[in-house]
Design a protein around this ligand. Sequence first.
Ligand code: ZN
Length: 133
Amino acid sequence: MILDHIGIAVKNIESAKKMYESILQSKAYYEEVLESQKVNVAFFKTGTESKIELLEGIGPDSPITKFIEKKGEGIHHMAFLVQDIHAEIERMKKEGFEALQESPKIGAANKLVFFFHPKSVGGSLIELCQKQT
Ligand code: ZN
């Protein structure tokens, strides 16, 4: 598995973008309003494979808004890029990791995404993602 991105929960994506622009010395290359997940996202490249994903909640019932209320801003999840998300989900379930959802959903950039519960992963939310052709 390749580390695809680190997701960072932020209160204000515009000010967070400015901060990461000054850290990474580059502009966000991709932005999307993901109504289905109630998030605004912005991606920065940090190398050939890896990215930083900024996530701002849309509304009080967004999972990102709830996360920030509980834990504050900061690292929200790690995402690993896989070739066959269905096979990897089954493999990880067999290894005892607890799924957060029934089946993969459409995430940013039309990727298939699937999350595992932090309490089964030592406190870290894990995302698997797969490009759709
Ligand atoms: Zn992500």
